[in-house]
Design a binder for this molecule. Structure first.
Ligand SMILES: [Zn+2]
Length: 145
């Protein structure tokens, strides 16, 4: 398969598998992969916070992504990463349903899986969740208008 810079997220996952799927990295146990993921996260944090070098730190983001994908596909080989991310971030805040999120100015709403599912299935209709209280929405409108 040909891969390119405009590929979808799951194609990045497939590309990583094509490149590294047969290597010893993927033959590592989930614990070993997790250890490596933790290590690259630590190096990222060291460059970002201790050395205050965000330019160098960000070079570790692709490594963090690839090790996170390696761990995920190791424990659940056919995981649809795009679906996972879209369910967590359904084109709006999963708590308040807002885009932008309005949780910061009020108590964070309880996560309602059914509301998140509706946002996920209708990502364009994400101005707010139906459960959002009117005064919260009015306050948010005042802030963002
Ligand atoms: Zn929110």
């Amino acid at each position: 398969m040909a891969y390119g810079s405009d590929q979808r997220l799951n194609e990045w996952v497939a590309m990583l598998h094509d490149i590294y799927g047969g290597t010893q990295n993927y033959s590592k146990s989930p614990y070993e992969i997790h250890a490596h993921l933790t290590e690259v996260c630590g190096v990222y944090a060291k460059h970002l916070f201790k050395r205050r070098d965000p330019t160098l730190a960000r070079t570790f983001l692709p490594k963090i992504f690839s090790w996170a994908v390696a761990l995920t596909t190791k424990v659940a080989p056919n995981t649809d990463i795009e679906q996972l991310i879209l369910r967590k971030f359904p084109n709006a805040c999963p708590y308040c349903g807002g885009r932008p999120c309005i949780c910061w100015h009020a108590d964070k709403p309880t996560l309602d899986p059914e509301s998140v599912k509706r946002l996920y299935e209708s990502p364009r209709d994400c101005r707010r969740l139906p459960e959002l209280r009117g005064w919260e929405y009015d306050k948010a409108q005042a802030v963002f208008s």
